[in-house]
Design a protein around this ligand. Structure first.
Ligand SMILES: Nc1ncnc2c1ncn2[C@@H]1O[C@H](COP(=O)(O)OP(=O)(O)OP(=O)(O)O)[C@@H](O)[C@H]1O
Length: 750
């Protein structure tokens, strides 16, 4: 059969699947309309039931809408003569026969893993190339041992489709890779959920892509567990989270909480800045001890007895009593504010005894309670007991550490005077991201006075049990679940208290929420204190940790995984490595590696998926003019279809001048502004740190010798097509002019 008739065959197959998708969308939309039509009548129970079904159909509809692009992207021909289509979601026809296999299903695994050496019953793997709903090509791999790859490039599966996707213009938003996941990536995506899996990989190896696909996979494979407990995805910045926010919906998943570490304490807005060195001090593991002793410093035995009065009688808050009451309260192991309740009760009891002792006759029990109540509300007593055991918020505790040097000196004796001075901050100063793990630590040790909350929780849980039973009955009766929704979830949706909150919403607003799985991207940047904050949210230690220790920028970040993780995970983590760079042309990646090696960054094995001759250019000349020339050329080389992004990456102090210079040319139209943010603009000017985790078609790198090695390594590994290095003459160690284009000294007009 010719190629075009093969395309026809696949067009028919793809059409069938889209027809089914359309039918399901219509069906769901009709059900939704029907539920909504039923109007606001009926008992509260009926109403909430209706709302629950409405949400169910809305979610389903959103899922069906999300999978439009490349619904069907693969086909397996198996040894027994059968074929299997692989796609974004599973579909069956009216008769429940499979039409499309979800890429995450076990039956789809061979699509990603089968090789000529281990064909896994597959005789042929086919990638369908589509544009919209039209099949534009097919790419076949016959899994036949006699075809041995002899090039020094890595063996790629679905090579044509992969290379096409790698060299397509960037859009400013990350896309999914379901159609072309490679075997080493697939192994990580489907790895068992238990324990902590660390994924180390050089730049462009697909760590972020793998982390996102793994989240989608785990939600599929462990739906019941994770739908209730939630999945948390931690990224390095808001911009980064925006960059990736399309990926999970395109995989049919919308319920993942995405956040930065700085978002993890609800109610705290950490938008302050501070020098790297200060952040490093705050991230030091010893700060946990500092917080602990700062809390204990608020539990204090007075040096002298303190006199208080009740009904004109003199009583004493005695040091020995306080010492014992503190010891008893600490022994309960409760957080400070909760243990305080016991401390106060004991002290009031002791004062009541003193009071009785000075009376002539013994006190009847009901009057004793009255005395205790009188003592509790006596101002003097309150002050004395507060001085001995101060109720405290996390904010106040941490704020005092920075604002009162003597408190810091007491809590963190290892800091020298200079370091304490660096940490000094006025009360009311904005929180910084490095404060957040300390606030979290403090919140943990202080606890909230949660008696009212606990009583409410108990009554909630009784109500929930009833609703759960009801939801089970409903599901059994209606058959509407179909694996889509669990009784637990439906029960939650029946709940009448306020607007319905999804697991994600509830999790995000609750500091003490514990997730079923946590994915950490750019994990090398986390400080020791940040790790404690993360692990508190996942007591099961079910984690996917991805990063690259050669790209560490934060002073508090990790230079080795063992150094970062052994103290908190005690050797219970396992390591997987990604070794193929998909993003950057080999010429550019090799130059970046050579620069990194010269700076002794910890590099792992890395091969590149493709070469792009001429992709690395070195331009010498006056910086602004040469950068403008390079930028103009890079923008002109972008695809005509409007896709494609260029980044000019320069040391922070140079950014304003570059922005002004480029803004004064015809390139101004491409820069951010007028409602266009950094991700949507075709051209951006950024310091290297701001490009972390992102990518561009072309990067114009200005004055590389003024960048720290890890920053330079990050910046050099951002482009998918070309890198222009702009210098006045000097090059960073490891970068040579041999192998790079445009070697001649130019005057900026080249
Ligand atoms: N199997 C694949 N198929 C298609 N594209 C892929 C594949 N793997 C990775 N890519 C692409 O390679 C690029 C790099 O991926 P990603 O950003 O996940 O890498 P990373 O390891 O997180 O990089 P860095 O550490 O440099 O931030 C992305 O454009 C991604 O879509």
């Amino acid at each position: 059969m010719g190629r075009s008739s093969e395309v026809d065959v696949e067009q028919t197959a793809v059409d069938v699947r889209y027809r089914r998708l359309d039918a399901l969308r219509e069906q769901t939309a009709a059900r939704l309309a029907e539920v909504r039509r039923s109007g606001p009548s009926g008992s509260p129970q009926n109403r909430s039931e209706r709302d629950a079904f409405a949400t169910l159909y809305e979610d389903r509809l959103a899922q069906l809408e999300g999978v439009e692009q490349r619904l069907t992207f693969g086909r397996l021909d198996l040894e027994d003569g059968s074929t299997r289509y692989i796609g974004r979601i599973g579909l069956t026809d009216d008769q429940h026969s499979p039409l499309l296999t979800d890429w995450r299903a076990p039956a789809a695994q061979a699509f990603y893993r089968a090789t000529a050496a281990r064909p896994d019953d597959v005789v042929r793997r086919r990638h369908l190339v589509t544009r919209g709903r039209t099949v534009t090509g097919v790419e076949d791999e016959v899994l036949d041992l006699s075809r041995v790859d002899e090039s020094d490039l890595p063996t790629l599966s679905g090579e044509g489709a992969l290379l096409a996707s790698l060299s397509a213009g960037r859009t400013g938003r990350m896309g999914d890779i379901v159609a072309t996941i490679q075997a080493e990536q697939d192994a990580i995506i489907r790895a068992p959920m238990t324990g902590a899996l660390v994924v180390q990989g050089g730049p462009g190896t697909g760590k972020t892509a793998v982390a996102l696909h793994r989240a989608a996979y785990l939600l599929y494979a462990h739906r019941t567990t994770l739908e209730r407990s939630g999945v948390l995805l931690l990224g390095p910045s808001r911009t980064f989270l925006r960059y990736i926010d399309q990926v999970l919906p395109s995989l049919g998943e919308t319920g993942v909480v995405t956040a930065t570490i700085a978002d993890l304490v609800p109610g705290v807005v950490a938008n302050g800045g501070e020098p790297e060195e200060v952040a490093r001090l705050k991230g030091d593991a010893r700060m946990a001890r500092a917080i602990e002793s700062a809390v204990q410093a608020r539990q204090r035995v007075p040096a002298e007895p303190v006199e208080v009065h009740l009904d004109g009688r003199r009583l004493q808050v005695r040091p020995a009593d306080v010492r014992q009451a503190i010891a008893h309260a600490r022994r309960t192991g409760k957080p400070h504010n909760l243990a305080r309740v016991g401390f106060v009760r004991e002290m009031l009891g002791r004062l009541a005894e003193q009071y009785t002792a000075v009376l002539d006759q013994p006190l009847p029990p009901d009057e004793r309670a009255e005395v205790i109540e009188d003592l509790r509300t006596t101002r003097e007593v309150r002050i004395a007991l507060n001085l001995a055991w101060m109720p405290l918020t996390p904010h106040k505790l941490v704020e005092d550490l920075w604002a009162k040097p003597w408190r810091l000196a007491q809590a963190a004796p290892w800091l020298d005077e200079q370091e304490r001075a660096a940490l000094r901050r006025e009360p009311g100063a904005p929180w910084t991201p490095a404060d957040v793990p300390l606030l979290d630590e403090a919140a943990e040790l202080l606890g909230e006075d949660d008696q009212a909350a606990r009583a409410q929780a108990a009554s909630e849980s009784r109500r929930r049990a009833q609703e759960l039973q009801y939801a089970r009955d409903v599901l059994n009766g209606s058959g509407a679940g179909g694996g889509l929704v669990s009784a637990e979830l439906l029960a939650e949706r029946f709940a009448e208290s306020g607007p319905r909150l999804s697991t994600a919403e509830r999790a995000a607003s609750d500091r003490a929420w514990t997730y079923g799985h946590v994915v950490v991207d750019e994990a090398q940047e986390l400080s020791a204190m940040a790790w404690r904050t993360v692990l508190r949210r996942v007591p099961t230690r079910s984690l996917t940790i991805v990063g690259d220790v050669a790209q560490t920028a934060a002073a508090a970040g990790a230079r080795s995984w063992s150094a970062a993780l052994d103290p908190v995970l005690r050797g219970t983590w396992r390591l997987a490595e990604l070794t193929v760079n998909y993003r950057t042309p080999a010429e550019v990646a090799d130059a970046a590696a050579s620069v990194a090696r010269a700076a002794a960054l910890p590099l792992g094995e890395l091969t590149s998926a493709r070469r792009v001759p001429g992709s690395l250019r070195i331009r010498t000349g006056e910086l602004l003019a040469t950068a403008a020339t390079a930028t103009r050329a890079a923008v002109a080389a972008l695809p005509q279809d409007g896709s494609g992004r260029v980044a000019v990456v320069a040391p922070e102090p140079r950014v304003p001048a570059l922005l002004a210079a480029l803004g004064a040319t015809e390139l101004a139209d491409h820069l951010p502004g007028r409602g266009r943010n950094d991700l949507d603009a075709r051209l951006v000017v950024l310091p290297p740190r701001s490009t972390k985790g992102l990518e561009y078609d072309a990067v114009v790198l200005v004055e590389p010798t003024a960048m720290a090695p890890a920053d330079l390594y990050v910046a050099m590994t951002r482009p998918t097509r070309s890198l222009d290095v702009v210098t006045e003459g000097e090059l960073p160690d490891g970068l040579t002019r041999t192998g790079a284009g445009d070697e001649a000294r130019s005057d900026g007009q080249g």
